[in-house]
Write a protein that binds this ligand. Structure first.
Ligand code: ZN
Ligand code: ZN
Length: 456
């Protein structure tokens, strides 16, 4: 203190007025240490959910630990705070032990912080007994519970800590706990160790989502399975909702389900349905002739396979074309939302929420690339390679059909565009068809009359 006399006057008045103080020295000590000490090696880490732990990590930058001059100043202020605590205590200011432990105070460990605070108080110049009194006698006094708490006496609550060594000799002995009496029960050291172990196990247990940190505890296998499941969902919704229902009206989907499908596609593919429908209808009108937005006969199979994304982008950017090919468009409420392309960032957010920043971004990218490639395979390979049931330029490829919810039976589709079913031969498998039938049986979809097969 700059002016010792003045501060002593203040302390005396605080003592007179019974102005309680809770110095929380350990928080200040940790705020200095967080930039200096490597807490990653701290054995107590295993008792913490990563969601909390990661917010304490100085590398994350949520709380930048002081460096250089700021660190020096912090050290000086910690010293001043210690001196002030001692001076106030000597002046008779009533004090209570508290730690400000919580998720927002870095490395102030719940459970341990009380012991650390005791140590800090002794470091500041209090005797171990004085420090202990702050945590017991004074705590009870401040709460107005001196009749039942704070000291060991007949008629008082018998919550006790049994120590193996005398804390009056060294305050760190409070951590050598032999047993705890709480609520009339005795917990031996082995019980306490068992409880700690339980906490440790809970922390280590696999949890899918760790919302706060965005970190995952998921295995690589699970992340792969979930990513592929989302990819297949996008693929099925593309063929059922965008293609068979919206573009060719081979079936009608219940508006509520349709909206859900629209939401999924917006989040994970960024596709605006009306644009997709227009581009695809144009493709059918000009199949492999001038005007086809993505014909492998005009641009080459490999070009369409790898550049379909850009062919699509160019085609859909023509608003007049989009309007021309979708005069029958019935808007749902998502269609009315501007800049829906940006919803794809919501999908990125969902992946990050599930898998963490790095794996989430990687899985999202894998989903985007996988989705684009599966679609472009139909537009390129399935117009050139494979067998034909019917006399049109598109081809059937069963293995592509298995990966794309049936879209690989593209020769069939070009022959009967309004058919909600893509398989025509007995050996052909259209994975989306049983799903459509299921939706129909649940009254969530209505399939239009299938066209009669022409001679194969
Ligand atoms: Zn086609
Ligand atoms: Zn089509």
């Amino acid at each position: 203190m700059e002016d010792k006399k003045e501060s002593e006057t203040v302390y005396r008045r605080m003592a007179e007025k019974q102005f309680w103080v809770d110095p929380t020295l350990a928080v200040f000590a940790h705020s200095v240490e967080s930039g200096v000490r490597d807490y990653e090696a701290d054995a107590r880490k295993r008792y913490f959910f990563p969601a909390i732990w990661i917010t304490w990590d100085p590398k994350l930058g949520i709380r930048t630990p002081p460096q250089g001059r700021a660190l020096e100043l912090r050290r000086i202020s910690v010293k001043h705070w210690q001196e002030a605590t001692l001076a106030a205590h000597k002046a008779g200011v009533p004090m209570i032990l508290g730690t400000d432990c919580g998720a927002n105070n870095n490395y102030v460990f719940p459970g341990w912080s009380v012991h650390e605070e005791l140590e800090e108080l002794v470091k500041a110049g209090l005797t171990p007994a004085e420090a202990l009194r702050m945590a017991t006698v004074n705590a009870a006094r401040w709460r107005g519970e001196s009749d039942t708490q704070g000291t060991v006496d007949r008629g008082k609550v018998a919550d006790l800590l049994i120590l193996r060594s005398n804390p009056l000799e060294a305050i760190r002995h409070t951590q050598e706990i032999d047993a705890v009496f709480k609520g009339g029960k005795r917990y031996a050291r082995t019980d306490l160790d068992g409880m700690l172990h339980q906490v440790e196990e809970k922390v280590a247990a696999p949890l899918f989502f760790d919302i706060i940190s965005g970190q995952t505890r998921m295995s690589f296998l699970w992340m792969t399975i979930i990513t592929l499941a989302i990819l297949q969902t996008s693929v099925f919704l593309t063929t059922i909702y965008l293609h068979r229902a919206k573009t060719h009206r081979g079936l009608e989907i219940h508006p509520a389900l349709g909206l859900l499908m629209h939401i999924e596609l917006s989040l994970f593919t960024g596709i605006v349905p009306r644009e997709w429908v227009a581009v695809h209808r144009k493709h059918h009108q000009f199949s492999d002739e001038d005007g086809d937005p993505h014909s492998p006969y005009q641009h080459g199979m490999w070009t369409v396979l790898f550049a379909n994304f850009w062919f699509y982008r160019e085609a859909k950017s023509d608003a007049r074309m989009v309007a021309k090919y979708t005069p029958d468009w019935k808007e749902d409420w998502l269609d009315k939302v501007p800049h829906m392309h940006a919803a794809v960032l919501g999908g990125l957010g969902i992946f990050i929420w599930m898998f963490g920043y790095l794996w989430g971004a990687a899985a999202w990218l894998a989903h985007v690339v996988g989705y684009i490639l599966l679609n472009s395979t139909i537009n390129s390979v399935c117009h050139m390679v494979g067998y034909r049931n019917w006399d049109n330029k598109a081809t059937n490829l069963q293995w592509v059909a298995l990966l794309t919810g049936g879209e690989g039976l593209h020769n069939n589709h070009h022959e009967f565009p309004t058919s909600a079913r893509f398989s025509w031969k007995r050996f052909e498998v259209d994975p989306a068809w049983p799903v459509i039938r299921l939706l129909e049986s649940l009254r969530l979809a209505k399939v239009k009359k299938l066209p009669a097969a022409k001679a194969a």
